[in-house]
Design a protein around this ligand. Structure first.
Ligand code: SAM
Length: 253
């Protein structure tokens, strides 16, 4: 994935805008429609882009709030950027289908049509319910502590290391945990950049998260898909003391 626009204040978002449907979210995040329907509180999708999660999950009884700086542009302009994003992805799939086509998909055209459908659902839903699409940019979100039962973040924090370096990633991950309920969970993917290179400092980042009392795990949800899950670490039992590990003391803040 390559950015379709460069960072230019006031001229749209700096990274590719995409429009994944609910089923693709479920497949990559290791979720099911039933699990979404059973959640005890709302879901945050950040970045939401022109994805259809918010529009489609409502039929399951699941309330989704999407956050993305691109929402300041309005649904139609963002959808136009997502159409550009679709064209960029079509070219990338054509060049290297093994890297860009999800492992469970065989037919690029059918896959990209699912993005077109999602883009249409997004445009209609964001036009009808603008309050569910909040213009906001990580690492600062305008939500109270513990608002969401589940927070999902796809194709941003590790996909664009030129935009989010290690310190910005840590700040953004901590913010995603802040807005998530103490018994909720944050899920982030992918753990590689737009060229497929795995995040080289994931171990240090996880140590830094531990230092901030955030427990992390790497979940495998598909043949090539890894998801970082985050939860507030349980407070230590009274009377116990755990000195910080060396890696935690030297990790980026
Ligand atoms: C590749 S899209 C992912 C959209 C959606 N999650 C999906 O999978 O289809 C990346 C999105 O990140 C948004 N973005 C860029 N900078 C951001 C930031 N600082 N905070 C939140 N979102 C940001 C862009 O506007 C874009 O819509």
């Amino acid at each position: 994935m390559r950015p379709t626009t460069q960072p230019r204040p006031g001229d749209g978002p700096p990274v590719l805008v995409t429009s994944r449907p609910l089923d693709e979210y479920c497949a990559c995040f290791g979720l099911t429609r039933a699990a979404l329907g059973r959640l005890p509180g709302p879901v945050l999708d950040c970045p939401g882009g022109a994805a259809a999660l918010a529009a489609e999950a409502r039929a399951l009884g699941c309330e989704v709030v999407a956050a993305d700086p691109g929402y300041a542009l309005g649904p139609h302009r963002l959808a136009a950027l997502a159409a550009d994003g679709r064209a960029t992805m079509a070219a990338a799939i054509h060049r290297d289908p093994r890297r860009h086509l999800p492992a469970d998909r065989r037919r690029p055209e059918k896959y990209l049509r699912s993005w077109d459908r999602a883009r249409g659902l997004f445009t209609a839903d964001a036009t009808a319910h603008p309050d569910r699409y909040v213009a906001a940019a990580l690492p600062r979100l305008p939500f109270a502590d513990g608002t969401f039962a589940l927070t999902l973040s796809s194709y941003l924090l590790f996909a664009y290391p030129a935009v989010f370096g290690p310190a910005e990633q840590l700040r953004a991950l901590r913010e995603l945990v802040r807005v998530t309920a103490p018994d909720g969970e944050v899920r982030v993917l992918p753990l590689h950049d737009e060229r497929g290179r795995h995040c080289p400092h994931l171990t240090e980042l996880r140590a830094a998260l531990r230092h901030h009392r955030i427990a992390s795990r790497v979940l495998r949800t598909g043949p090539t898909t890894r998801v970082l899950t985050l939860r507030p670490a349980r407070p230590p039992r009274p009377g116990t003391y755990r000195p910080a590990a060396r890696s935690e003391r030297t990790a980026p803040r």
